[in-house]
Design a protein around this ligand. Structure first.
Ligand code: ADP
Ligand code: MG
Length: 413
């Protein structure tokens, strides 16, 4: 069946979608190439269908999300992309959507930023019992990616993303809040997270930081706008891509994000976990998005003993080791670490909030607070040493680079 790919009310391309798989079979015509998703190229009037399919299937629930197989069965859908089709491909993170070729539908009639949406998809994803009424699939939950269990909820007219943790400890909701606290104290641009409990389980809650006119473009799409040459580091490639698009202040943002990730030992800052903001109507770039999705940190999947030994900490997206990544920071002039005085007490307070008897064990809490203090001290000494160091300390070395396709691999896992 034929659909028009819309960007708000801009008719972007005429597509043919397979009703069973939800995949794009054909791009019949491109109406507005400038509105195509970033990274989808047009050569001699022909848009790259594989690239558009990748974009389309990547803004669906990943098949590897826990419970997804059961959910697909409940929805009677063969693939997550079919679920996207059923909600017009609308999301709460950008302004893309699809409509049937002859449909008169307008953005104002359908977008989730203003229009209500169904709870059915979220209920099924959260394991609620199926009700006997037919499921209403019009929900932004269908187009929200990421591994963790999540759903969108509305409170007093505002949209919030409610996100759980992963086996075995379910700690990410707590750690999103810890990361928020650290970012607030360091005055970093960030999405604030709070902790809530539902049916005895912890969840993080953050408000939608986008709106009808402001959309999120993940960093890895921006990385696709240019071919990376072998001698260019992944870091430099990203900066180059941003510069070519006319996006300023990127290194200032990266300095802050890398520093935060060092302090919290973040293990999951892949290229889909940070991004840029763009005006969906004028297509003007608005700069880097506030920092979000920082909860897979502080040894979220490790034992207290391993946290103490700092064993097996993964680093993304630019280098394989946090210390190496820290070398990419151009300037620490903005950093006032006195903001983190007493952070241990704030962390304890966050980790020990326990409304349903699911407390965090004291050994873990101590391991985490000590690890944060140790990392802050090491950061201080790193900065001191660097100030007295000779210039050019191999900042752009590619030896320790994370492979450039790490985001893609992650998304397809
Ligand atoms: N506060 C938010 N407002 C709008 N979109 C968001 C917000 N937080 C996350 N998203 C979108 O939802 C996706 C999944 O959320 P994320 O927190 O990254 O989950 P996960 O931890 O499972 O990767 C993100 O890639 C982003 O596109
Ligand atoms: Mg994510």
């Amino acid at each position: 069946m034929k659909y028009i790919l819309m960007h708000k009310n801009a008719e972007t391309a005429l597509l043919e979608l397979n009703e069973t798989t939800g995949w794009i079979q054909k791009i019949r015509e491109v109406y507005a190439p400038m509105h195509l998703p970033i990274g989808v190229t047009v050569r001699k009037g022909v848009a790259d269908r594989a690239a558009l399919n990748t974009w389309w299937t990547d803004r669906t629930i990943p098949a590897y999300r826990i419970g997804m197989r059961d959910a697909l069965e409940a929805f009677g859908a063969e693939t997550p992309a079919v679920l996207s089709m059923r909600c017009h491909g609308l999301s709460l993170s950008d302004a893309y959507w699809i409509k049937a070729e002859r449909s008169e539908m307008r953005w104002e009639d359908v977008n989730f930023f203003r229009r209500p949406f169904s709870d059915d998809v979220g209920d099924v994803l959260f394991g609620a019992r199926k009700s006997d009424h037919p499921l209403d699939l019009v929900s932004p939950d269908n187009t929200t990616d990421g591994f963790l269990k999540k759903r969108w909820i509305v409170k007093e007219g505002k949209r919030y993303l409610m996100k759980g943790g992963s086996y075995p400890f379910f700690l990410q909701p707590f750690y999103e809040v810890v990361a928020s606290e650290i970012m607030a104290r360091l005055k970093l641009p960030h999405v604030p997270y709070t902790l809530i409990w539902s049916e005895g389980k912890p969840y993080s809650l953050c408000e939608d930081f986008l709106d009808e006119n402001t959309e999120l473009i993940p960093a890895w799409r921006v990385m696709m706008t240019q071919k990376k040459s072998n001698g260019t580091s992944v870091y430099q490639h990203f900066v180059n891509c941003c510069e070519s698009l006319g996006i300023g202040n990127v290194t200032a943002f990266l300095d802050r994000m890398i520093t935060l990730d060092y302090i919290i030992a973040n293990e999951d800052r892949h290229f889909n976990n940070f991004g840029l903001l763009r005006n969906a109507e004028t297509l003007a770039w608005l700069g880097m998005a506030p920092i979000y999705d920082s909860g897979s940190c502080l040894g979220y999947d490790k034992s207290p003993a391993d946290i103490r030994l700092e064993k097996g900490i993964i680093c993304k997206p630019f280098k394989n080791h946090h210390t190496e990544q820290l070398r990419l920071v151009q300037s620490f002039d903005w950093l006032d670490l006195s903001g983190l005085d007493g952070i241990e007490y704030a962390i304890k307070e966050i980790l020990l909030q326990d409304t349903d008897g699911i407390g965090m064990d004291a050994e873990r809490v101590n391991a985490v607070t000590r690890s944060v203090r140790r990392r802050i001290e090491r950061l201080e000494s790193f900065i001191r040493t660097r100030r007295t160091e000779v210039l050019s300390h191999g900042e752009t070395s590619t030896v320790d680079d994370v492979e450039k396709n790490v985001a893609e691999n992650y998304l397809r896992k």
